[in-house]
Design a protein around this ligand. Structure first.
Ligand SMILES: [Zn+2]
Length: 431
């Protein structure tokens, strides 16, 4: 079967779409044991005799389709294959209920281990780009967005954070069930779970979830996050979700990572200083670019990372630091001496998270800003509004941006996004 996305071979299926996930998870922290039920509302995009889902390393004990046993099912090599008792017609909806259990762990991938990960005292999920099957059965394609309901039961004393809004919390016999509702459509790789001994500190419109005793206010990287939220909402359009949390683990993490409605940072990212503050800006910007507007294929990842990186430079400029122009000049100089063998609009999966994707993507936006002048931010706001909670492509972005200028946006994008040699810097974009 051909890959749904060539950057993550073996993941995803194009024959159906998932409209909603309901995940009911019972988790024992001490033994890393998960006992779970997932209910997926699936729509057949062509006539189906089977449903093939991604699920790694856990044991499936029972499957029902529309409340009845399927003809048969098998679970091998991270694929759950369910042969339907009766074929489904194009457009038909199926309710697929899956009971599964086991000890979740990160999935190996060409990007390194991804997905569910035990911390010293808790759990983090870091699934980009293909780790979602490490903890729930899914159609692991970035372009198959669905709504999510979570019910996660853990021992008292731990806080659980999932995507969306907290919809309820029930205590029983020393355990607490945490319910979250993610009502806006979400790609599977953006679904996350945090379990830890956390406290929550509100900071204006955002929430900081952190270990007790870790400083997250004045003098930390998060001190101006509420102001970031306000300024990015002016520049990019209204914040696209109901909530935003920055979750800081007690453990050190290699890199922070965005998820829908929240971002994950390690304790090592909390200290003051530009190197951490830029990460706080970067992850927040992903709520617009990556989470609300998700690239339909991973080849277009510059639509996430280039925009988030440019948001760092914008925050620097508007918060009284170096201008975006200054950052652009510096990073252009740095890129100019690196190998020019990367095509931004299709870097290949090995180079998908190469720093050149981030910096050249940001430079592309800076070049576009020079051409559009005062129309640049209205163009961005219209882009986020027109595609809110949807899927985007470079071609759609070019067509969109072209409406704001008589200059040829296509040739600019061809040079920056579809050709390997680094174009020269254009005149200052400051307006
Ligand atoms: Zn990023």
């Amino acid at each position: 079967m051909p890959a749904a996305d060539p950057y993550v071979p073996g993941h995803g299926n194009r024959r159906f779409g998932v409209r909603s996930y309901a995940l009911d998870l019972d988790y024992k922290i001490a033994t890393n044991h998960l006992s779970a039920r997932a209910v997926l509302a699936i729509e057949a995009l062509e006539p189906l005799d089977r449903v093939v889902l991604d699920l790694a390393g856990l044991s499936v004990t029972r499957v029902k389709v529309n409340g009845r046993p399927p003809a048969r099912f098998s679970h091998r090599e991270s694929k759950l294959r369910i042969v339907l008792a009766a074929p489904a017609a194009l457009g038909e909806r199926l309710s697929v209920e899956i009971d599964y259990a086991g000890k979740p762990r990160p999935m190996p991938s060409v990007f390194g281990p991804v997905g569910w990960e035990e911390l010293t005292d808790g759990v983090v999920v870091a699934a980009q780009p293909c780790g979602a099957p490490s903890w729930f059965p899914c159609n692991d394609r970035p372009d198959d967005k669905a709504t999510y309901r979570f019910a996660i039961t853990v021992a008292d004393g731990y806080r659980v954070i999932a995507n969306g809004v907290l919809a309820g919390r029930e205590k029983r016999s020393g355990r607490t069930t945490w319910r979250y509702l993610q009502a806006q459509p979400m790609a599977p790789y953006l679904a996350v779970l945090h379990i830890g001994r956390y406290v929550s500190t509100p900071a204006g419109p955002v929430e900081i979830v952190h270990p007790r005793g870790l400083a997250v206010g004045v003098g930390s990287a998060f001190a101006r996050q509420d102001e970031m939220m306000a300024r990015f909402s002016e520049l990019f359009g209204p914040y696209p979700f109901d909530r935003y949390s920055a979750v800081i683990t007690a453990d050190q993490l290699e890199i922070p990572l965005e998820a829908q409605t929240l971002s994950t940072f390690g304790a090592n990212h909390a200290g003051a200083g530009w190197q951490n503050e830029r990460l706080v800006a970067h992850e927040l910007a992903h709520q617009w670019f990556g989470n609300s507007l998700t690239a339909a294929s991973w080849a277009d990842i510059w639509l996430h990372e280039g925009f988030a990186c440019y948001s760092e430079w914008l925050w620097s400029e508007i918060s009284g630091g170096r201008s975006a122009e200054s950052w652009a000049q510096e990073h252009h100089r740095r890129l100019a001496v690196l190998p020019q063998d990367l095509v931004l609009g299709d870097p290949g999966r090995e180079l998908m998270f190469d720093d050149r994707v981030y910096k050249r993507g940001a430079l592309t936006l800076h070049a576009l800003r020079a051409v559009l002048g005062a129309a640049f931010f209205p163009m961005l706001r219209d882009w986020t509004a027109a595609n809110r909670w949807g899927l985007v492509t470079t071609a759609a972005f070019v067509a969109h941006a072209q409406r704001y200028t008589t200059s040829d946006v296509s040739s600019l994008i061809t040079a920056w996004v579809y050709s390997a040699p680094l174009p020269p810097m254009t005149a200052s974009a400051a307006t």
